[in-house]
Design a protein around this ligand. Structure first.
Ligand SMILES: NC(=O)c1ccc[n+]([C@@H]2O[C@H](COP(=O)([O-])OP(=O)(O)OC[C@H]3O[C@@H](n4cnc5c(N)ncnc54)[C@H](O)[C@@H]3O)[C@@H](O)[C@H]2O)c1
Length: 314
């Protein structure tokens, strides 16, 4: 295990996960350079970090090269919710692919360890459950989600080619649905959608019949896994699944949110979008054995903290 590096770059640092990661790394004594083009991220997410002299915020688009001196890079820049990544799909692919090339080039130049926030979407609509890291996935290359799925797959390819070709020290995590405070209220992701709808007393929209399952990981658990992954020896590259294997149906999620918000909203059902996976559940045996990690925060507890956050902002 390696100590956390001192000067770290977090791309997408003003986003939901990035802002929690910046906070955690500052807490561990790092100097944090947060880079974001504010496409989906917000200054508000990191405003509380600005007074810290070890924190620096730079507006920059990762599709352009960046020259900075750092010991480690966490590459999180990429819109993560379907509404946002489908708004400008060409830019989404560019962010994943050119962003990866630029950050890998930087890591090579300054000999930095580099982390990639990959995604369970690389498994597409899987035929095997739960998904293990050696499953190659079933992805539609020309669908409306492909800009994200294929962009992230290509980024993984680039990471592993830089590793094989140049000996780069890479760490790749495949992140499954994560939720928590600072999710964008209008990003259309299921947890934020349900909470915002419930708090506003609007109908809760369920796509499909609600029997499709998802696993939800609370943000603090996810950040702990990323930090542990980055502390591993060079021989461990991943990819490693990070997520919560406990499955819930979308309907169960909606009902839990209704209970926690004491809302009188009704559940309404809409047609399932194309390419929406029926089921997604991580096999986290590798994270358990190699990182000694597993999620600790229950869905109920995580939702409670998230509802508290949203109650304060809407
Ligand atoms: N939240 C999840 O459940 C989840 C699941 C799987 C993977 N991920 C991955 O984790 C990362 C962070 O996701 P998130 O949920 O925090 O999403 P987010 O949208 O809140 O954060 C992404 C951040 O990247 C920034 N960004 C986008 N394009 C950029 C560009 N070209 N240059 C610089 N910054 C740019 C955005 O402004 C934003 O701050 C993403 O790479 C996402 O694909 C997230």
């Amino acid at each position: 295990m390696k100590e956390l590096s001192q000067r770290v770059l977090v791309t997408g640092g003003a986003g939901f996960l990035g802002s929690h990661l910046c906070e955690r790394l500052l807490g561990a004594g790092c100097e944090v350079l947060c880079v974001d083009n504010f496409y989906t991220g917000r200054r508000d997410n990191v405003a509380h970090l600005l007074p810290n002299s070890r924190f620096e915020l730079i507006r920059h688009d990762v599709t352009f090269p960046l020259y900075v001196e750092v010991d480690a890079i966490y590459n999180l820049a990429c819109p993560a919710s379907p509404i946002h990544y489908q708004y400008n799909p060409v830019q989404t692919t560019k962010t994943s692919v050119h962003g990866a090339i630029n950050m890998l080039g930087l890591a090579k130049r300054v000999k930095a360890r580099i982390f990639q926030a990959s995604t369970s979407e690389v498994y597409g609509d899987p035929e095997v459950h739960p998904q293990r890291e050696d499953y190659w996935g079933r992805v539609n290359p020309i669908g409306s989600r492909s800009c994200y799925d294929e962009g992230k797959r290509c980024a993984e390819t680039l990471f592993f080619d830089y590793h094989r070709q140049y000996g780069l020290d890479i760490k790749v995590a495949r992140i499954f649905n994560t939720y928590g405070p600072r999710m964008h209220p209008n990003d259309g992701r299921v947890v934020s959608n349900f909470i915002v709808q419930a708090l506003r007393g609007h109908d809760i929209t369920i796509y499909g019949d609600g029997s499709q399952t998802r696993s939800f990981c609370y943000v603090d658990d996810l950040i702990e896994a990323i930090v542990r992954l980055m502390a591993q020896d060079k021989d461990f590259t991943g990819p490693v699944n990070i997520g919560n294997p406990t499955e819930f149906t979308i309907r169960q999620l909606a009902e839990t949110v209704l209970g926690l918000t004491c809302s009188s909203s009704r559940l309404i059902f809409r047609e399932l979008p194309s390419d929406d996976p029926r089921q997604r559940k991580p096999d986290i045996s590798l994270a358990r054995s190699r990182l000694g990690w597993q999620p600790k925060v229950s869905l109920e507890e995580g939702l409670k903290r998230t509802v508290e956050y949203f109650s304060g902002i809407i």
